[in-house]
Design a protein around this ligand. Structure first.
Ligand code: CS2
Length: 500
């Protein structure tokens, strides 16, 4: 980022709220009266555009005891940006050229777990903190994506098991905080994952309880028996903030905000209602509280995120920079329509109050929002974690139902070609992925031998379940698409695919 410490005189903060221009929405409550009830782990743009906004609405509705303490687990940059701003930041909501600015007040403080661990653990141990929310992206869970279990060989997990009172990993941090609460006689908090993982509460429970059991069997039982891990489905398209966004916000506020967030108007949150120690009335902000998140989450992870990943790999390969540009392409929207109709929608269970086909038409409109510059390279990151829940799980179900998926092999082939980090026309890009070193080494070794490249990647069991890797027709279709993508490029491959 360009500048996290602009002159304080001209910086967003409590003292400036009253003098913001009238068009800028701001906290409709007295921040001084708000006390922390939530600790949030993972202060990225998504949580600030989603959890922060829902909770801001709840605070405005009069519940003052649900302020959020934001904790970043890895990068110190957001904390450095928010601290001088009293935790305030701006949401820049964009659609059809109309920008709306809203200053969010729900985050009371920002901390960095790496440098302020004692303060973070103290916050997580306060009795009035009854919910810990999480957005650390898929890879933050230290799990094996193919099984959903803790990856016990993960370097952060082994490091935290060796020194459990100084945790760096998500499971290590939660377990240490729960241990401290128990020792102090404070009931456990509820742990609410807000990441794009299938049954995210179940995966969180699996990694946390396994970590605890490896640390101390008794603590493992205690956590398994007494901590609630509800699941939730979260949705709001939130591209990474860029300097032109900062400039637009500064112009609208008449003040500097070091790290505003940009988002589309749409937002959705479906939460499993299991909070033994209480929760904010997020339903007052439009969240759906339910017994069963599964149908909503399956619809969203597959139809939204699966289409995103497919668009991302084909677009990076084809030199298309944003999702909106991809939706303006002649061929890509037709491929995505086929992906939805043939491979994904048939795998989504009935969703209360929702027609899944209508949902995908709405997605096409959301993806086309020209105000949102959502970079395809951003979405391409962490494919090793994303392919399974988004595309391979529905493909596995189609195969089990006797139907060969048509578009998923093309998406997988695009991911494989993407791992080559460049094309024969001289363009290059970088693969961001916790498994990047291993995957790009394989891709380098077989860069000009698509059949062997596909075989070598299908053998990566952390990514490909046996039902996919062991299916000759799926493997063959993928290898054919890969060969075509490498030899003829994206448009020719898509034309041939759509024409057949
Ligand atoms: C995207 C998601 O980067 C990605 O992988 O698919 O961040 C997506 O924008 C959100 O899940 C939308 O809710």
């Amino acid at each position: 980022m360009s500048d996290v410490t602009p002159a304080a005189a001209n910086r967003l903060g409590n003292a400036r709220l009253a003098s913001l221009p009238a068009a800028v929405a701001r906290p409709a409550y007295d921040r001084a009266k708000v006390t922390p009830g939530i600790v949030h782990l993972g202060l990225g743009a998504f949580a600030r555009a989603h959890l922060g906004v829902y909770t801001d609405d709840v605070l405005a509705a009069g519940s003052h005891d649900w302020g959020i303490v934001g904790v970043n687990v890895r990068s110190p940059d957001v904390v450095a940006a928010l601290k001088p701003q009293d935790g305030l930041y701006t949401l820049l909501c964009r659609e059809n050229g109309a920008d709306k600015l809203r200053v969010i007040g729900a985050f009371l403080d920002a901390m960095n777990a790496a440098t302020e661990l004692d303060a973070v653990l103290a916050a997580m141990t306060r009795p009035e903190v009854r919910v810990v929310t999480i957005t650390v992206t898929e890879k933050g869970y230290c799990h094996d994506p193919a099984t959903g279990r803790l990856n016990e060989a993960h370097p952060m997990v082994t490091a935290d098991l060796a020194d459990p009172m100084h945790p760096r990993s998500l499971p290590g941090l939660i377990v240490e905080a729960l241990r401290l609460r128990r020792a102090a006689g404070v009931p456990p908090f509820t742990v609410l994952s807000c990441d794009n993982l299938p049954q995210n509460g179940r995966i969180t429970k699996a990694v946390v309880t396994r970590f605890a059991a490896l640390r101390d069997a008794e603590l493992g039982h205690f956590i398994a028996d007494s901590v609630a891990f509800p699941s939730s489905m979260v949705d709001r398209i939130t591209p990474a903030t860029k300097d032109p966004d900062r400039a637009a916000v500064a112009a609208g506020l008449g003040l500097t905000d070091a790290w505003p967030v940009v988002a589309e108007p749409f937002r959705q949150w479906v939460i499993e209602d299991r909070f033994p120690e209480g929760r904010p009335a997020w339903e007052k902000a439009g969240a759906i509280l339910t017994d069963d998140v599964h149908p909503f989450e399956t619809m969203k992870l597959r139809c939204l995120n699966g289409a995103h990943s497919t668009l991302a790999y084909l677009s990076v390969l084809g030199g298309i920079e944003t999702v909106a540009d991809a939706m303006a392409d002649k061929l890509l929207p037709r491929v995505i329509r086929r992906l939805w109709d043939d491979d994904l929608i048939p795998t989504v269970p009935p969703v209360p109050g929702t027609d899944v086909t209508d949902y995908t038409h709405d997605l096409a409109a959301r993806f086309s929002n020209p105000g949102i510059r959502h970079l395809t390279l951003q979405i391409s990151s962490d494919g090793s974690q994303k392919l399974g829940p988004r595309l391979l799980a529905p493909a596995t179900e189609r195969i089990a139902a006797g139907k060969m998926p048509e578009v998923v092999p093309l998406a997988v082939a695009a991911w494989m070609a993407f791992l080559r980090q460049g094309d024969d026309r001289g363009r290059t890009w970088t693969v961001g992925d916790p498994m990047a070193a291993r995957l790009t080494t394989i891709a380098g070794e077989y860069a000009n031998d698509p059949a062997s490249l596909a075989e070598a990647l299908f053998a990566v069991t952390e990514i490909f379940p046996a039902a996919i890797a062991g299916n000759a027709a799926f493997r063959e279709a993928t290898a054919d698409h890969l060969k075509s993508l490498i030899a003829h490029g994206v448009p020719a491959t898509l034309s041939a695919f759509l024409g057949r």
